[in-house]
Design a protein around this ligand. Sequence first.
Ligand SMILES: Cc1cc2nc3c(=O)[nH]c(=O)nc-3n(C[C@H](O)[C@H](O)[C@H](O)COP(=O)(O)OP(=O)(O)OC[C@H]3O[C@@H](n4cnc5c(N)ncnc54)[C@H](O)[C@@H]3O)c2cc1C
Length: 154
Amino acid sequence: MEIAIIGGGIVGLALALNLEQRGLVCHVYEAVPEVKELGVGITLLPHAMRELALLGLQEALEPLGIENEADPVAALRAYEDARSAPAARVVRTNRTAPPDFINIRVEELTGDRPFDQLDDFISQQELRALSDRYKRIAGYSIEDLATPAARSAT
Ligand SMILES: Cc1cc2nc3c(=O)[nH]c(=O)nc-3n(C[C@H](O)[C@H](O)[C@H](O)COP(=O)(O)OP(=O)(O)OC[C@H]3O[C@@H](n4cnc5c(N)ncnc54)[C@H](O)[C@@H]3O)c2cc1C
């Protein structure tokens, strides 16, 4: 007997592996021509993980995932450990280069008086340099994003 499975989603593929383990021949028919990633991740709850483990996939899956802590206090601690460094970076960035840094500089240059032409006080080049400096400090710079090692060194 050969079995046709229509749809190569997680259910179709899990069923195919399951049947294969029982010695049954099956064919999976999938409508899309190419399997692609969608979204940023997937939560595998214990009952789903149990099924995948029974299919022999646990070893392959574990290194790809982040295991949730069953203990909520430990989960909060793990979250805090992951959160504190980036949060400290945001605070430091806001102190050394606050998000309204361009307004602050313009206020300095104009003596906080009304003006008609911003270009009379600051050139586009200087504005761009200020903006680039902020992006570098805040970690938005495209060059820094392209070289994570360089970014983490700053
Ligand atoms: C945004 C989003 C986030 C989600 N996050 C989670 C999560 O974190 N954890 C979790 O457990 N669940 C999550 N889900 C739910 C989970 O994606 C679904 O429960 C699961 O994908 C269902 O699997 P399935 O194989 O039944 O269906 P599908 O994954 O939809 O697969 C069905 C497949 O059949 C194919 N198909 C359809 N019609 C035909 C046809 N006529 N011929 C051939 N092929 C066909 C489709 O192209 C598709 O590949 C999420 C769902 C969404 C939308």
